[in-house]
Design a protein around this ligand. Structure first.
Ligand SMILES: Nc1nc2c(c(=O)[nH]1)N[C@H]1C(S)=C(S)[C@@H](COP(=O)(O)O)O[C@H]1N2
Ligand SMILES: [Mo]
Length: 430
């Protein structure tokens, strides 16, 4: 099947060599050489000698035995979360998902980003309780076993920290792999009990309008959430990618609030206090709030706006000469489905529409792909997401004009990767 691309298939639809989005889907069209199909990970100086393809050594002995719980190949040991430098003895900090190492839309559970304010509590599910109280007719206490008996539903959803990509606010562009800059976002299949079922069972008072959700970690992390959103589509998450929620992601139960910033997805959930006003907790006043140029503060900005990111090529990877490449990336929006992703190879002067890979789901990662005939000259790669509400991901200068320089949270500007003639990739503001 391997064959050269016919030159008429390589007609650019945008500047810098961006090709029509359907190019790779045409029957028989493959990359010019098998080698270019390999990843752009920086090559080893002296790659090991290849095994004889007709007689590799591993066909001559029985393989390893069965395992109770599988782990990735030992050759993939470098694919790990990038643990942030601001770890404290109290367990406050983050670890980033290595987005540039992953494909598709699901983040393996062991690579889901982490944001803990007080470390990961070791909760025994047999003695953990969830309490719903306050402005309700019947305060309820659930065991985990009780919750496991309720009707459930599953959804593929991203969770993104409100502080993700905040290095974008820096004066100078930060030089890090894509995931160690934008990887406080991950996507998983979450399965649990619709919260409306439990709230209705408790009988919410008509005067109620807010719920204070509290976790069972050492800081009793809490946030105030509008009752309407919790009744609409929130759930008590019990399973993550088919297995029980991982300890670092909230075992045995976490709140799942689709499309809303990470902090609202309270882990190790232990209490839902139904009230008629927000509690003005530390996490919604001192943090996850930003001062605007007008002097007013932006608060309770729950929805994560549309965003996209090119994961390949990206900083730390290397292009191997002029050829046809697949630009790959992720897009997501807290407001619904991604409707369009455009890519540019000339810093935003011209754009080509990328292929959106099925499935495209609401409040979930969407994988985009775009064929690119790189001519070996310096290029500026960008991606721009549009969601089904019509919202378009802004350029960095537009975002800064709107929010000023005091921002720290909710950075969703277009990201620009500069490709050098020698194939190195760096982060630039352009
Ligand atoms: N109880 C509790 N819930 C929490 C946190 C926490 O520290 N404690 N961190 C919040 C923040 S700021 C984010 S971004 C998400 C991170 O979820 P993850 O660690 O599963 O990725 O959890 C939220 N829920
Ligand atoms: Mo967060």
């Amino acid at each position: 099947m391997a064959g050269k691309l016919a030159s008429e298939d390589l007609i650019a639809v945008a500047g810098g060599g961006l090709l029509h989005r359907r190019l790779f889907l045409k029957a028989g069209l493959v990359l010019a050489t098998a080698q270019t199909a390999t990843s752009l990970r920086a090559e080893e100086a002296s790659p090991p000698k290849a095994e004889d393809p007709a007689d590799p050594s591993w066909i001559h002995k029985t393989g390893l035995p069965f395992t109770g719980y599988g782990a990735p190949s030992k050759y993939e040991k470098h694919v790990v979360r990038n643990i942030g430098g601001n770890r404290t003895p109290q367990g406050d900090g983050v670890s980033w998902t290595p987005l540039e190492e992953l494909e598709g839309i699901v983040t393996p559970s062991g690579l889901h980003f982490e944001r803990h304010h007080d470390g990961v509590p070791e909760i025994d599910p047999a003695v953990h309780r969830l309490v719903i109280h306050g402005l309700v007719q019947r305060p309820l206490e659930f065991t985990v076993a009780n919750l496991l008996r309720y009707p459930m539903r599953s959804r593929f959803l991203f969770i993104e920290c409100g502080g993700n990509s905040n290095a974008g606010w820096h004066e100078e562009p930060i030089q890090r792999p894509a995931g160690a800059f934008h990887g406080l976002v991950s996507c998983a299949e979450w399965t649990g009990v619709p919260l409306s079922l439990l709230l209705n069972e408790a009988g919410v008072d008509p005067k109620a309008s807010w719920v204070i959700a509290e976790g069972a970690d050492a800081g009793l992390l809490n946030v105030s959430l509008p009752l309407s959103k919790l009744m609409d589509d929130a759930m008590v998450g019990l399973y993550q990618n088919g297995e029980r929620v991982r300890p670092e992601n909230g075992y045995p139960i976490r709140l799942i609030v689709p499309g809303w910033e990470g902090i609202t997805n309270v882990k190790w959930l232990r209490r839902l206090h139904v009230t008629d006003a927000p509690a003005m907790t530390r996490n919604e006043t001192a943090k996850y709030t930003e001062l605007l140029p007008s002097g007013k503060a932006r608060m309770f900005t729950f929805v994560m706006d549309a965003k996209s990111l090119i994961t390949s090529p990206s900083p730390g990877q290397k292009m191997h000469g002029a050829n046809v490449y697949e630009i790959r990336g992720l897009a997501w929006s807290g407001s619904g489905k991604i409707s369009k992703v455009e890519v540019s190879a000339d810093g935003g002067k011209s754009w080509a529409e990328a292929e959106l890979q099925d499935p495209v789901m609401s409040q979930c990662f969407t994988r985009f792909r775009s064929p690119w005939a790189w001519d070996g000259k310096a290029a500026l790669l960008k991606s721009r997401a549009t969601d089904e509400t019509g919202y378009v991901q802004p350029e960095r200068d537009v975002l800064i004009k709107e929010r000023g320089r005091e921002g720290y949270f909710h950075y969703n500007a277009i990201v620009c990767w500069a490709v050098d003639e020698d194939g190195t990739i760096s982060h630039v503001y352009a």
